[in-house]
Design a protein around this ligand. Structure first.
Ligand SMILES: [Zn+2]
Length: 332
């Protein structure tokens, strides 16, 4: 029902957005395009893979909510897009950015997970001939109360970038996975591996690996050159997901936020070690019935203290893990 309603509404909305965009582009034709300035320049990750990179930090009206990445793969038969960015206008700009690199039409959009910063652009990418794939568990996420209150919050805090015209778009195909939790598909001569890592960062995480180019599109499970943001993510499932990244030996990893990594091995190692360390130290504190404050003060953080985002994220990560370890202990 939602799909049908949207496909009737879309063309007019898209024309308006593109007209606005055309004016914006003409107005600054000679100005250098900065990622945070609303312009969007594709960055080449490999022969067939490009991505656009949002500003660091939170989505704000000042950065037009462009704080996440989207990637696209040019095949011999159409373009495969991974993630749709955080507003309808950004989705439209992504479409324009793709058109600067190829005349191929978008055939498929895969959503890494149904968090606002990764899928609100879908309404500008959806349409006839475009398939949208997401994990079957995203169906429940899309229908959930937190998802609708998040939309209300963004309409308030990110106006006019998210407003009454912003619609949450369902996938055209909800993917179910067998026990192996991955499958291979081919589009336009390019082989893709779609990997189910649901439960690691959200209930419905997907990663996409492009075989020939050895590029991994990792969504929010991968952080490069900074301390990961863990919060109260399920670090056990996340570690299991990292175990599946390592054997792929990707040459390039494009994360959901921040720059792509062309030397992913140290980043993968850092995330794994850090998650293990959080679980080990906070797990021991829970077993010894220590308070969180006591445990945090007694833990040696020196290995991580110099990394970017340590001040902003470490205490929250430790606290989220502390609560997780309590739950895991009680569940035993
Ligand atoms: Zn994100």
């Amino acid at each position: 029902m939602l799909d049908r309603a949207l496909s009737f509404r879309l063309p007019a909305a898209r024309r308006v957005v593109l007209a606005t965009l055309a004016i914006a582009v003409m107005g600054c034709a000679n100005a250098p395009v900065a990622p945070s300035g609303g312009g969007m320049t594709p960055i080449r990750a490999s022969e067939r893979v490009y991505y656009v990179q949002g500003a660091g930090g939170m989505a704000t009206p000042a950065n037009a909510a462009f704080n996440s990445n989207a990637a696209f793969v040019i095949t011999d038969d159409g373009v495969v897009v991974f993630d749709a960015l955080g507003t309808p206008a950004l989705g439209a700009q992504l479409r324009q950015a793709i058109a600067t690199v190829t005349r191929q039409p978008i055939r498929l959009v895969i959503v890494s997970h149904y968090h606002a910063d990764h899928f609100y652009g879908l309404q500008s990418l959806a349409g006839p001939g475009v398939e949208i794939w997401a994990h079957e568990k995203a169906r429940a996420t899309l229908a959930s109360e937190p998802t609708s209150s998040r939309l209300e919050q963004r309409r308030r805090d990110l106006a006019p970038h998210v407003d009454a015209q912003t619609r949450l778009v369902a996938a055209t195909r909800w993917l179910s996975f067998a026990a192996v939790r991955e499958f291979t598909f081919t589009q336009g001569g390019v082989q893709f591996h779609l990997i189910d890592v649901a439960g690691a960062h959200s209930d419905e995480d997907l990663m996409l690996f492009i075989d020939g180019d050895r590029v991994l599109l990792a969504g929010d499970l991968y952080f490069s050159g900074r301390l990961p943001y863990v919060g109260n993510a399920d670090s056990k499932a996340w570690l299991a997901a990292m175990d599946r990244i390592a054997p792929l030996a990707p040459a390039v990893v494009v994360p959901g936020h921040g720059a792509a990594s062309r030397n992913p091995t140290p980043d993968i190692a850092l995330t794994r070690e850090y998650l293990r360390y959080l679980r080990e130290t906070m797990g021991a504190a829970v077993r010894d019935l220590k308070s969180f404050d006591e445990a945090y003060a007694q833990t040696d953080w020196s290995r991580y203290a110099k990394l970017p985002a340590f001040q902003a994220a470490n205490r929250i990560n430790a606290y989220g893990t502390f609560l997780r370890m309590e739950q895991e202990t009680l569940a035993r």
